[in-house]
Design a protein around this ligand. Structure first.
Ligand code: NAP
Length: 257
């Protein structure tokens, strides 16, 4: 048997939608997929922020599309996916990278923050899968990569909503993978360890916390965006066909220890 590895890993003209596209991991995922030939649409709430990223891509010779969405609102999610499907005729890939986090003592953790974290990280992710899934089911083809975290299987002090939300992301990934397996739709997740971005930059300024994190990563250093691109490319590629319902840890062996 001969295999065409370029075709197995290539994404030429596939249409990829990325939530959290204005964030560090989402934008980096966009560069990855665009350089493999995909037509990338970055979604976020802030058009100005997205516009800057679009300009940056352009200066690197890559054309990407942008769109606004608030994933807490079902109508907004449906409209964003419809815009993409109307423009490109289909959607092949969805990366769910939108997420929020707050660290606070359990007794002080507000109901508003709980609702926001669970709303964005879990319900919002589900709404995006549901809206894109409608097109995937019609096409009998689709790939989803949810951005989970090592927190999906490990608790942490003061992490009252984020860790539970990522546990739910893992279970959502598995349940969708099972339901959509017969329809040629693969649903997987990546679970990175700490990568310094807007979501944790402030918290990591606390030296004690910073050093504790570092001491837990057997590789002895933080994750970096460049370590996420290979796994994301693989999970979005055609060769992922029989890999579904999996959580891929990118954690320098943290969860193995
Ligand atoms: N950095 C890490 O160490 C790490 C580790 C494991 C997992 N993760 C996960 O990776 C994902 C991306 O995080 P990041 O590090 O790239 O953080 P980031 O730079 O803060 O990005 C977060 C993204 O979420 C979007 N977002 C928040 N609320 C939204 C809403 N209601 N509707 C639409 N978009 C919304 C933000 O968009 P706006 O521009 O509209 O605010 C932003 O694009 C998150 O799910 C996070 O949990 C991160």
């Amino acid at each position: 048997m001969e295999y065409n590895l370029d075709a197995m890993y290539g994404l030429k003209d596939e249409v990829a939608v990325i939530t959290g596209g204005s964030g560090s991991i989402g934008a980096e995922a966009g560069v990855t997929l665009a350089s493999l030939g995909a037509r990338v649409v970055l979604l976020g709430r802030n058009e100005k922020k997205l516009g800057k990223i679009q300009e940056e891509y352009r200066s690197r010779g890559m054309e990407i599309d942008i769109g606004t969405v608030d994933i807490l609102e079902k109508a907004s999610v449906q409209a964003a996916m419809k815009n993409v499907a109307d423009k490109y005729g289909r959607i092949d890939i969805l990366i769910n990278s939108a997420g929020v986090s707050y660290l606070e003592d359990a007794v002080d953790f507000s109901e508003e923050k709980w609702d926001q974290v669970m709303g964005v990280n879990v319900k919002g992710m589900f709404l995006c899968c549901q809206a894109a899934g409608k097109y995937f089911l019609e096409q009998k083809k689709g790939r989803i990569v949810n951005v989970s975290s090592v927190r999906g299987i490990q608790g942490r002090t003061r992490d009252m909503a984020y860790a539970p939300s990522k546990g739910a992301v893992n279970q959502l990934t598995k349940s969708l993978a099972i339901e959509w397996a017969p329809h040629n739709i693969c649903v997987n997740a990546i679970a990175p360890t700490f990568t310094v971005t807007e979501i944790n930059r402030e918290d990591l300024k606390n030296k004690e916390y910073h050093d504790w994190v570092l001491s837990r990563i057997p590789k002895g250093r933080f994750c970096e965006l460049k370590y996420l691109v290979g796994p994301i490319a693989f999970l979005c590629s055609p060769c992922v066909e029989f890999v579904t319902g999996q959580i891929l840890y990118i954690d320098g062996a943290w969860t193995a220890a």
